[in-house]
Design a protein around this ligand. Structure first.
Ligand code: SF4
Ligand code: SF4
Length: 160
């Protein structure tokens, strides 16, 4: 049985084959789609300008991402109703993750925020380097203190 069916939270093992390899992320940002259930949904596929996301027919197919085709544009991140798409980037000086963010007020560029895991655990602190509105959802890009956090940070929270 998949681990997330027991815990309610996706693990790296559950996402085997869905996470872009480190070598790809060293060449620039790439999406990761953490959507594994068979649900009738495909706005991510329709939003991708380069056809890197494949749902196909039936619409309940979980999306598959072509890592090499993805340009890291982020268009898919804000359209996912499940908040299940993120951008990972190991190409610059500091590792970066872009997350969908639906809590207001949206953090400011340069602000320090808490970095949260898939289950909402605080993993450390990072700095906001970009915010962008995509439809009704904001996306927030944060710099991380260590590379390992790229595989784990999936939300942010403003400090109290
Ligand atoms: S980041 Fe852009 S290119 Fe990559 S999958 Fe999403 S929409 Fe497509
Ligand atoms: S839009 Fe989000 S929830 Fe819908 S299929 Fe794509 S990744 Fe899954």
């Amino acid at each position: 049985m998949a681990e997330y069916r027991r815990t309610g939270v996706l693990s790296i093992d559950d996402l085997s084959g869905r996470i872009p390899p480190r070598e790809r992320l060293q060449r620039g940002p790439c999406a990761v789609i953490e959507c594994v259930e068979e649900i009738p949904c495909n706005p991510c596929e329709e939003a991708c300008p380069v056809g890197a996301i494949h749902v196909g027919d039936p619409i309940t197919n979980p999306p598959v991402l072509e890592f090499e085709r993805c340009t890291g544009c982020g268009a898919c991140v804000g359209v996912c109703p499940g908040l299940a798409i993120f951008l990972l980037d190991l190409s610059g000086g500091r590792p970066r993750v872009t997350v969908p963010h639906e809590l207001l007020p949206v953090p400011e560029n340069g602000e320090e925020v808490e970095l949260l895991s898939r289950e909402g655990r605080v993993l450390g602190r990072g700095r906001v380097v970009r915010t962008r509105r995509a439809g009704t959802t904001w996306t927030v890009t944060v710099e991380l203190p260590t590379e390992e956090l790229v595989w784990e940070v999936r939300a942010i929270r403003r400090s109290p």
